[in-house]
Design a protein around this ligand. Sequence first.
Ligand code: NAD
Length: 528
Amino acid sequence: MSRSATASTFDDVGLSADMLEALSTRVETTGGRDAISVRTPVTDEPIGTVPACTAPDVAAAVDRARRAQSSWASRPVSERAAILERFGDLVSDHRDWLLDIVQLETGKARHHALEEVLDVPLSCSYYATDGPSMLADESRSGAISLVSDATVGYDPLGVVGVIAPWNYPLTLAMADAIPALLAGNAVVCKPDERTPFIALALADLLDEAGVPEDLFGVVTGEGPTVGPALIDAVDYVAFTGSTETGRAVAERVGRNLIDCSLELGGKNPMIVLEDADVETAARGAVKGAFTNAGQLCLAPERIYIHENRYEPFLDAFVGATRKLRLGLSFEYGPDVGSLIDGDHLEGVSDDVDEAVEAGASVLSGGRARPDVGPFCYEPTILTDVDPAARIASEETFGPVVSVFPVADVDEAIERANDTPYGLNASVWSSDRARGRDVAREIDCGTVCVNDPYTVGWAAVDAPMGGTGDSGLGRRHGPEGLRRYVDAKTIATSRIGPIDAPPGVPPGWYARAVSRITTLQRRLSRWLP
Ligand code: NAD
């Protein structure tokens, strides 16, 4: 397929309707299907269509993936790693093409789309380099030293279903797929119905990297139809999305007795301690709260700041926020782009309006900007938010953040933890050790010190995920790879069955075994 600019209505971004049409033909169906129209938030116009897959289409895609998986799993892990490394390079090489598609589908600013494109090669490189040793057989202590041994091997599960959201459609289609493929699994990905083309573009690059045909499949369509069908057909589900859908996924996964990881929503706190540099914290708040127009699961939506630093922090934060350039461009330039669609814009506006009616003050933003783009909303800072308002406790998932003064660190920690969510938090202090001490008190899967989220997300060797209503399981690091394998123990006896040898009286055998096991326990305290 041509991945260069051709004449079309998308001349300005170097994308053609033909190219998107060609991508959509990658989706195989078992019969004629309705077409889902995909619209761009940039202009709210249709840009192409993808098939509305049905349950039989999903089952057929998983069957094809299953057939491709067995020979993939039998290849040495070093070969699989080399292919994924090549895929990471191809993503880098095709950066502009991928950025154009991400921006067209999501309306996000180009530098926010770049975070997605940079993430995939990083993950490929990490798992290609470090992953093989995590999958190597391990020797463990046998039942009786010298008499038996035990070896643990890691077998792939089969086919992994990846269900991805629209907010980071490139990163989140691949972040869970890369370790799954390295571990020897096949993957069938269900992208959000609003952002299917980037997953199809990635499938194209995986082909070019040398991934066998059908090993990575994409099924498009409505979540409530395609999602459950995928869960019923696969051996593991890596789901990223809302807490509400995550519960439905967990129920179905449970009925099927398979395992899953659930990366869900958050109401992330940011704590600014009395000794923090307010300018640095304000820069971090701008980056955290308004990256991808706040449609980032890791974004801080609640800021707790020591009352002695409240005013200077607000001055710096409001000043920097008012300077942000809201805009839609396929060039680097605007700081903040669009929300995904009209429904989401309405939800964000309603949350802010409700908070304002309940007494909140708007220090910056607080309104939609249809003059900039159909779904643009200004970066918004609220204070005096009523704790009973929806925006104080529920995820907004937009460019809106509430700031609260606190009397001391104990109050900050208590209020930060006063939520059923536990995805990401940040602590700001000029004393990093103190920042880490406070971080240990926060009930979250990840806590970043002096950075809103990048330092945690980009530490690909460290696990990432949520507690409570923010989900189950972890991605990244060894934990993110080992979820995709079954640990299989092979234990060997050198003396035949571990039982009394023929002719040995049971009482004598019982005394001998007790002495041997006691001796073994004692020795194990001394020997390495
Ligand atoms: P969503 O739950 O509505 O959709 C996510 C995916 O699930 C989509 O592909 C959708 O089509 C599919 N889906 C819908 N119904 C389904 C069903 N019944 N069974 C199976 N799949 C179904 O999520 P959203 O609102 O589009 O995405 C935003 C949410 O995702 C936010 O809450 C955000 O915090 C969360 N998120 C979490 C992370 C993380 O890493 N923790 C990352 C990004 C987004």
